[in-house]
Structure formats: C-alpha cells, structure tokens
Design a protein around this ligand. Sequence first.
Ligand code: CTP
Ligand code: CA
Length: 225
Amino acid sequence: LARGPVAPDLVGRHVVISAGGTREPLDPVRYLGNRSSGKQGYALARTAVARGARVTLIEANTGLPDPSGADVVRAGTAMQLREAVLKAASDADVVVMAAAVADFRPAEYATGKIKKKDGQEPAPITLVRNPDILAEVAGRRARPEQIVVGFAAETDDVLANGREKLRRKGCDLLVVNEVGERRTFGSEENEAVVLAAGGGETPVPFGPKEALADTVWDLVSARLG
Ligand code: CTP
Ligand code: CA
C-alpha cells in the first residue's frame, strides 16, 4: 500500500461491505446481470481488515478469492443480498453498499429452460422493482450511531445527481464515480468524489482502488469519532 503503515482506527468495529453484482434469474440457465467486478468492494474489505475491523463481506457473483481475515457471505440475487445485508447490519458500526444491485428482476421465474418455437415471436420479459437495500439500511439504522455508505456511478451531472442521490437514500457518505473511458468496469483504478451528508466533498484522484477505500475509511473513522 502506498500509504505505509496504517492506523488501527477500526479496531473493535464491525463493518459490513457488499461487493459485486447481483444476477436475477429468468430460468435455470439465464439471468439479467451487470458488469460490476467487485474489486472496489474487495479493496474496501482488505483495507478494513488492515485497519483492525471485523469485516463481513457479502459478495455477489465476483469469482474473486476470499480476502483473508474477512467473513465472506455469498448472495446471488438482490433479494438474497438484501437478506444477508440486513442480517449482518443488525450489529454493524458501518455498512458500505459497494455492490451493483439490479434495480429490476424478472416478474416470473421459469422452472424449466425457456425454449424457442419455430415461427413464434419471443415472449416479452416483464420486470418488477427490487427493494432499495441502501435506503432501507439507512432508514432503519440498527444502531443510532451506525454509518451508512453508498456508491453511485453517474454519466452526466455527476455532482448534482450524486448530491440528490445522497439525500434520497438517506446515507452518510456517497462515493460518486464518473463512468468514462479510463474508468471501465473491471479496472484496478478508480477516480471519485466522496459526498457527505451535511455538505462535505472529498475528491479522490485517479489511482488504485485501495487508495479510494482508505479515503472512505478515513471519512468513516472521523464520523465514528
Ligand atoms: N442500491 C441498493 N439497492 C438497490 C439499488 C441500489 O442498495 N435496489 C445501492 C447500491 O448498492 C449503491 C447505491 O444504492 O450503493 C446507488 O445505486 P444506484 O444504482 O446508483 O442508485 P439507484 O437509486 O438505483 O439509481 P439509478 O436509477 O441511477 O440506478
Ligand atoms: Ca440502480
């Protein structure tokens, strides 16, 4: 790590991190998914372990090796992720939602593989909304002093959209990425602005995902007091 020795400022803290991207099944062989790699969430888990936290990492479809020192829980779909996050959040000091949660899921799951038929148009796929896990965690606050952190990738009006999303979700910090050419999904680097409830704005220059993770923990640590 570029920072050298780190302060063990998260000793005695339980942090819950979601990472990866949910997959919403259509039938036993197909799903609706997204391109989140999970690398930012894993960087958050590694850095939190290094700073002394007890870490619960809830991972969705990353295929990444378990970070040492973290308790890893697997969740495939948004509904499974919700259940795992709410359970782990009940005694958490910090909850960080780095996972890309599908906004919608197929209204129906076909228990057998969907087959095409000659001369027949494909049936449309009806979607329903998934619950907003971040808003739910932030609204519920299993502990009054719990810190809740969200992520957002935006293409336009990054700061204005981020500010509005922070308010709408009711979280304490929102890490806003501008989705662009260098910052493709799956890369090892990231560039972001961390927005804080109450007005703070911390730019994080383009660099390793660990550096962004450490900035998040610095801001969380300051808020934990
Ligand atoms: N999130 C969540 N549950 C959902 C959707 C999103 O917990 N059903 C969380 C993500 O983990 C992320 C944050 O909310 O931390 C922002 O996700 P994003 O997709 O940017 O927000 P949305 O409210 O879904 O807005 P948009 O319409 O821009 O996708
Ligand atoms: Ca979304």
